[in-house]
Design a protein around this ligand. Structure first.
Ligand code: PHE
Length: 357
């Protein structure tokens, strides 16, 4: 269009050429962003004192020939600019509508996913273990983490100054009574055997999950805090066969249906006989590997028949009632299940580790 308006004519009113007006009008229009600015633009070019209007008024002063030629071009420019205003107005109206659409919240759109937390690997394995025993008729109960010497040791046939205390490195509470420190962070969940039997009559079938604490120098297999599950069943006629059947079922549910179990003598002051439960190594199938220390077997818990002296001490008739007890470390089970090589990872709060489970 600009080309058709050349050569430009200097106008007597303001020395402006139609070409200059056109190119500036169009570039100004390009910068117009709202209705107010558009109106200011219209007044500036097409209003009564607008730049193009002044050119059209000035036509009267031109000689006839010139007037006809310039008038033609000026009128075409006027039409062009009026068309451009209409178009721009329509476009501004449209983008206002579009802005409204963009602002509207579409509640049906799925939101961006939030980073979700997850259960700690200890909690996952703990829940699986508890589910397993609950399905066999055990009830879940809990006891205190700060425990009396009497429950943690004495009533479990571990008297003061007895060498059996050396089996548990103990964190004592700084509280003295009668010249002694009778409170500690429980070293195992076994004190709950006594607590439960003191409060209940047989039949008893309970599992007791909870944190235990030991005065340990930590290494890949020892942590000063860990989670145990205690099991206790007391009733008439409970035998080693019940202990064996219950724990074999547990081992197969947690480590796979083909697991073989074996018992080996072990010593715990509160059971007689005492034993440890071993499963055949689920990694090498018994051939011997790193996980099973090349023995083909993995120890997973301590167990035994509740000592008759303990039954008598809580007021049960040990001729009538017998029972079994077991205690297992949840972190150890989780380490075996997931191939975790260092127990210290559990409570180091490193998300690179934790988010893998
Ligand atoms: N309380 C024992 C420990 O922490 C485990 C155990 C529980 C052994 C019950 C026998 C019976 O080592």
């Amino acid at each position: 269009m600009a080309a058709s308006l050349t050569p430009a004519l200097p106008m007597p009113s303001d020395n402006e050429s139609l070409e200059e007006i056109e190119s500036q009008a169009l570039s100004d229009l390009g910068a117009v962003a709202d209705g107010d600015a558009l109106e200011r633009w219209r007044v500036a070019y097409l209003g009564r004192r607008g730049r193009l209007t002044r050119v059209l008024r000035g036509l009267a002063d031109l000689p006839l020939e010139e007037r006809k030629r310039v008038g033609d071009k000026a009128n075409r420019l006027k039409q062009e600019l009026e068309g451009a205003v209409r178009e721009k107005r329509a476009r501004l109206a449209m983008s206002a509508t579009e802005a409204l659409i963009a602002e509207r919240i579409d509640v049906t759109l799925p939101g961006p996913p939030l980073p979700s937390g997850r259960l700690h690997p200890t909690t996952q394995t703990l829940r699986d273990v508890l589910d397993c025993f609950v399905s066999m008729g055990f009830q879940v109960v809990e006891g205190p983490e700060i425990e009396w010497d009497r429950y943690n040791f004495e009533a479990l046939r571990i008297p003061r100054d007895h060498p059996a205390r050396d089996m548990w490195d103990t964190l004592w509470i700084d509280y003295e009574k009668d010249g002694e420190r009778p409170m500690l962070l429980r070293t195992h969940t076994s004190p709950n055997q006594i607590r439960i039997m003191e409060q209940t009559q047989p039949p008893i079938r309970v599992v007791v999950p909870g944190k235990c604490y030991r005065y340990e120098a930590t290494d890949p297999t020892h942590e000063w805090m860990m989670t145990q599950v205690e099991g206790l069943a007391v009733d008439e006629g409970i035998s080693m066969a019940d202990l064996k059947g219950t724990l074999a079922e547990f081992a197969r549910r947690i480590f796979g249906p083909d697991r073989k179990v074996a018992f080996r003598c072990d010593y715990f002051p509160f059971v007689e006989p005492g034993m440890e439960l071993r499963i055949d190594c689920f990694l090498c199938g018994g051939d011997g590997c790193r996980t099973c220390s090349r023995t083909g077997w993995i120890e997973i818990l301590g167990a035994g028949m509740v000592h008759p002296e303990i039954l008598e001490a809580v007021g049960y008739d040990s001729e009538r009632y017998t029972g079994f007890a077991f205690g297992l470390g949840i972190e150890r089970i989780a380490m075996l299940r997931h191939g975790i090589e260092d127990i210290r990872l559990f409570y180091a709060n490193d998300l690179r580790f934790l988010s893998q489970f």
